[in-house]
Design a protein around this ligand. Structure first.
Ligand code: ASP
Ligand code: MG
Length: 424
């Protein structure tokens, strides 16, 4: 008998009939002789709707109250799912994150899990029940307040619980058949990836692929827990995320590029006319660090000999841009820079593949593909298994499509089906 942890995303439990269908799937897994623990997200776009509602009553809601509000979304779906399972003649018990023993730090809106003590879940399983857990939430060890793990955090709940319960597998059910070589909403010829490594999956998540939460993959890698990404709308095999996808008894050959990811959620700030002196860059980035802003790419121009000044550009989440601009303005006199430029009409396109480590010419092929479709590159950054570029936002689709084709990732037939979700 195996212990299977299943996570169902918002589009898989979007309405009553979806919930009934998911309940059937869970019961089938139980009937096949497994112990089952289920993690659920809020129904459909509930979290976004709750956020909109909060914004209508306050432009800056207190983090504690926002978390109280948002966690109610998952409580709705967990209770309804438990009812639907009961209706099929099986016993289910729903639990909030706090009841399930998900202990976090006290950072509202992006809390980190520090411990998982799932004694009540164990007890429920031992009594032959199906345990349903509200995703994306926990309780702070210090303040005892309810916290959320950040958007998309239910994946992380699932992996953390699976690790704590020493589950055999963590199945993540979503509205596509698995992880694809590009977003099927942009590249209709995207192919489903049968197996991918934790490292590549982490790069994909960090570069805007929304299929799995970055922290969930980090967590799975730490515990070497296999993640199985599948659709709740089909019975296709899906994608396995494992430590070593190319040797574990598969005949699969490692591709040079595993996928093309994109991200439209970043903006670019340029600090113009920074005096070319020791310590100026340090002051700029110290200021941003103090404001708790995560910087992605950085480019510093060669200073013009005549002026002794240079420009420094960097990218950051658009959501943090106002804070960054405000803190930089405060140090304008001290640094002596000339002005600030802000551009949120950018996008990041990334090529990810462990195979590029042993393959020269990947960058050349990528850039040539972008040039062919007339997309200009504004910034570049690389890691061992990734090349990312910043382009104008209206060039993102063309860049993703061109790169996908240039690395022969296009499928012969359309494989991707998007079963649900608004892609919001
Ligand atoms: N409901 C939350 C969100 O929409 C968490 C999740 O879906 O994983 O971000
Ligand atoms: Mg959601």
């Amino acid at each position: 008998m195996a212990l299977v942890v299943q996570k169902y995303g918002g589009s898989s439990v979007a309405d009553a009939s979806c919930i009934k269908r998911v309940a059937q799937r869970i019961v089938a897994t139980k009937k096949a002789g497994n112990d089952v623990v289920v993690i659920v997200s809020a129904m459909g776009d509930t979290t976004d709707e709750l956020l909109d509602l909060a914004e209508q009553v306050s432009p800056l809601p207190p983090g504690r109250e926002l978390d109280m509000l948002l966690t109610s979304g998952e409580r709705i779906s967990m209770a309804l799912l438990a009812m639907a399972i009961a209706n099929l003649g099986h016993e289910a018990r729903s639990f909030t994150g706090s009841q399930a023993g998900v202990i976090t730090d006290s950072t509202h809106g992006k809390a980190r899990i520090i411990d998982v003590t799932p004694s009540r879940i164990r007890e429920a399983i031992d009594q032959g029940r199906i345990a349903i857990v509200a995703g994306f939430q926990g309780v702070s060890q210090d303040t005892k307040d309810i916290t959320t793990l950040g958007r998309g955090g239910s994946d992380t709940t699932a992996v953390a619980l699976a690790a704590a319960l020493q589950a055999d597998v963590c199945e993540i059910y979503t509205d596509v058949d698995g992880v694809f070589t590009a977003d099927p909403r942009i590249v209709s010829a995207a192919r489903q990836i049968p197996r991918i490594s934790y490292d590549e999956m982490m790069e994909m998540a960090a570069c805007g692929s929304k299929i799995l939460h970055l922290r969930c993959v980090e967590y799975a890698r730490r515990f070497d827990l296999p993640i199985h990404v599948r659709s709740s709308f089909s019975t296709k095999e899906g994608t396995w995320v494992v430590s070593d996808p190319y040797t574990e008894g598969t005949e699969m050959e490692q591709p040079i590029i595993s996928g093309v990811a994109h991200d439209r959620s970043e903006a670019k700030i340029t600090v113009v006319g920074v005096p070319d002196k020791v310590g100026e860059a340090a002051s700029i980035f110290k200021t941003l660090a103090d404001a708790e802003i995560n910087i992605d790419m950085i480019v510093q121009n060669v200073s013009a000999a005549a002026t002794g000044r240079t420009d420094i550009s960097f990218t950051l989440p658009t959501a943090d841009a106002q804070t960054a601009l405000t803190s930089l303005k405060k140090i304008q006199a001290q640094i002596g820079y000339e002005s600030l430029l802000f551009d949120d009409q950018i996008g990041k396109v990334s090529l990810i593949g462990a195979g590029m480590r042993s393959h020269p010419g990947v960058t050349a092929t990528f850039f040539a593909a972008l040039a062919d479709v007339g997309v200009n590159i504004e910034m570049i950054s690389t890691s061992e298994i990734r090349i990312s570029v910043i382009v104008g936002q209206d060039g993102v689709d063309a860049a993703v499509t061109a790169a996908h084709r240039a690395f022969s990732l296009d499928a012969d037939q359309v494989e991707a089906v998007v079963y649900g979700g608004s892609g919001r």
